[in-house]
Design a protein around this ligand. Sequence first.
Ligand SMILES: [Mg+2]
Length: 388
Amino acid sequence: MLKVEKLLFERNITMKINRRNFVKNTSLLTLGGLVLPHSSYSIMKKGSLPKKGLKLSFEPYRLQLKHVFTLASSSRSTTPVMLTKIEFDGFIGYGEASMPPYLGETQQSAGKFLSALVLGQFSDPFCLDEILEYVDNSAPGNSAAKASVDIALHDLIGKIIGLPWHKLWGFSSENAPDTSFTIGIDTNEVIIQKVKEASEFNILKVKLGRDNDKEMIETIRSVTDVPLCVDVNQGWKDKKKALDMVFYLKEKGIVFVEQPMPKEMLDEIAWLTQNAPLPIIADEALQRLTDVQSTIGAYSGINIKLMKCTGMREAHKMITLARANQMKVMIGCMTETSCAVSAAAQLSPKADWADLDGNLLISNDPYSGMKVINGKITLNNLPGIGIY
Ligand SMILES: [Mg+2]
């Protein structure tokens, strides 16, 4: 893409975000680097200003869920997020931290973490290792807040180069998998309604882990034969009952079972994986690259989520490690805007399965990006993470 086209693209993005009142008061939220209005910077001749450091800003946002979302342990109708952006040399990268309450991060904790970062000390956004190591070492935890910086930085770099990340990594967008669409725990009537609404999808994800699991499956099977995957969210406690359930689920056309038992029951899960006729996938059992080792031999595969692993760079490493150990890979998400979902979608061509429906579950998505077309993740050719 020519420089002029890049500037026009960035200006369009800026105008679009301005319409959405993104970061209403930049002066209150801006940290590090020179505060310079994008429009005035972009019309200056290249080289007329010395390069300045990265400029990070952020804004809290609350996602409205279309349906009350029920897991084995909780229900909710909103999800707090933090929308971030990193500006550099006339380019803007966008990021996001999604913080469902059960993971422990909040808008307050993310704001505190991001406020303490001094990205203005970095004048080369391509030094990903150096910058993200600094971000990671600046405080423990805060994985979603860290991911919001990682995603914005990847978006920024992709825009500077003029290519989307799936191409920079050498992935073919044709290999992007179908995404599952999640059917939460609910009344039979609501479940039937949700399944009918999800007719575009080629695989559905069903939340199990209560005492009516078979009823849930039978209810769904009364209206569709589409392949299902199930997420038990650690809800089963007895390995033999769990194995019986997995055999039952195999008969019902289920593709894999996610986190069937509490993550602490590693020996029981390993036994289940050895004897089960379906792949057993780890989710709650791991967060980051260093956790993958403990799942090898105990699970058939891992579910990677940007919000848990601190972002795209570490997720890419986790995929490589899992593949080297003959493990299946699933790429998942929280309830998120199209920003974080599109970032995860860049990795999806290397995943066996994707569960990237988080943006489809909300009614106030401020971005557009990756689309689900006929159930398949469809990546665009926009640079960075592909949002607009
Ligand atoms: Mg899960």
